[in-house]
Design a binder for this molecule. Structure first.
Ligand code: PMP
Length: 364
């Protein structure tokens, strides 16, 4: 039988990293800590209550969840601007990104990003029939702002997407760079939305601001966040976005009705109520990250400057061989980024001890 598959999808494999049962799973930037028992209990109680109403569709506008998210993000990024109308959410920030493309991309339109970056970005573009264009990052993985500003003026994208901290490099975008990109986007005739993907925002080092702090100044700026990382809720699937009301209203048009289940809404709200406890785990991961970076540097590796819960390090003549050697020792990391580099997610102190011992063995 011949399937009428879209030609550009023929032969493609679904995106996804290996899900293996190993001693140290350090390949998809998950939070290594389970939700603490108090949080798991609160989620179970909230879901039990939601279960009683599952005969009805969930709150389509998830107003209570948006209020909780607005309050959390306002505190976390020191902004007093956020209300329910400024918040959007979906099943992971992956779906938030798809909504952005459905609303602002499409045939004849262009999305601009900066390589190397998150490997799903070209897929959102493909699935929304948007042209995907990348500019190379500088050698230290920062953005070449004059080149970016020129490309925005020349290509007139309707979307510009920058991950900050960037995956897989860990690079955070300085606020002044965000401003210059937002100004360039504002000058595009017909409009252009600048999306700062802060999936790893909570892991940024002290003194590194969130782009949310300048949201009031820019009606064309959108900040994407997720509960997958800092909230240890990758399995709960909740991503969200903060922007001016017209951006949120556009996303409301393209979402499927009732896209956020009552179970998801209850889970996310219960976790948000415990953000302080969960932040303590984030602080532990940040400390472990800094120690891992120092150790790798002491071993003579180059480590990309990182504000995330992972580190990109190298160079390796044969990175696949190192990856495989680590895997044989029960340590799963990721072959990603430019040739010669490897990415390790930050795990618990015990997992990182395994990683260090295995790396020493493999490279002995
Ligand atoms: N953005 C970036 C930069 C990511 O690395 C990821 C996940 N690895 C996501 C977005 C999507 O995360 P989620 O859908 O779980 O929110």
């Amino acid at each position: 039988m011949t399937l009428p598959l879209r030609p550009e999808l023929v032969g493609l494999e679904p995106y996804g990293a290996p899900q293996l049962e190993v001693r140290a799973r350090l390949n998809v930037n998950e939070n290594p800590y389970s939700p603490p028992p108090a949080v798991a209990d609160a989620i179970a109680t909230a879901v039990r209550k939601a279960a009683e109403g599952l005969n009805r569709y969930p709150d389509r506008d998830f107003t209570a969840l948006r209020a909780d998210l607005a309050k959390y993000l306002a505190t976390e990024s020191h902004v007093d601007f956020l209300e329910v109308r400024n918040i959007w959410a979906a099943n992971g920030s992956n779906e938030v990104m798809l909504h952005l493309h459905q609303a602002f991309g499409g045939p004849g339109r262009t999305v601009l990003s900066f390589a190397p970056t998150y490997s799903m970005y070209p897929e959102y573009a493909r699935d929304s029939l948007t042209e995907f264009v990348t500019l190379p990052r500088n050698e230290d993985f920062s953005l070449d702002i004059p080149a970016a500003v020129a490309a925005i003026a020349e290509r007139k994208p309707t979307l510009v997407i920058v991950a900050s901290p960037n995956n897989p490099t860990g690079t955070a975008l300085p606020l002044d760079d965000v401003r210059q990109l937002a100004d360039a986007a504002q000058a595009v005739p017909g409009g252009c939305v600048l999306v700062i993907d802060e999936a790893y925002g909570e892991f940024r080092r002290r003194g590194v601001p969130s782009a949310a702090s300048i949201l009031p100044e820019y009606p064309n700026l959108a900040i994407s966040r997720t509960m997958s990382k800092a909230f240890a809720l990758a399995g709960g699937r909740l991503g969200y976005l903060a922007a001016h009301e017209p951006v949120v209203d556009a996303l409301r048009v393209v979402r499927l009705p009732y896209h956020l289940s009552a179970v998801t809404q209850a889970t996310a709200r219960a976790a948000l109520a415990h953000s302080r406890v969960l932040q303590a785990q984030v602080d532990e991961i940040r400390a472990e990250r800094d120690e891992t970076v120092t150790w790798l540097q002491d071993q003579g590796y180059t480590v990309a400057d990182t504000d995330a819960n992972f580190a990109l390090f190298g160079p390796f003549g044969d990175r696949v061989k190192v990856f495989e050697g680590l895997l044989e020792r029960g340590v799963l990391i990721r072959v990603v980024g430019p040739e010669g580099w490897l990415r390790v997610s930050i795990g618990t102190p015990a997992e990182m001890a395994l990683f260090r011992a295995a790396l020493l063995e493999v490279t002995a």
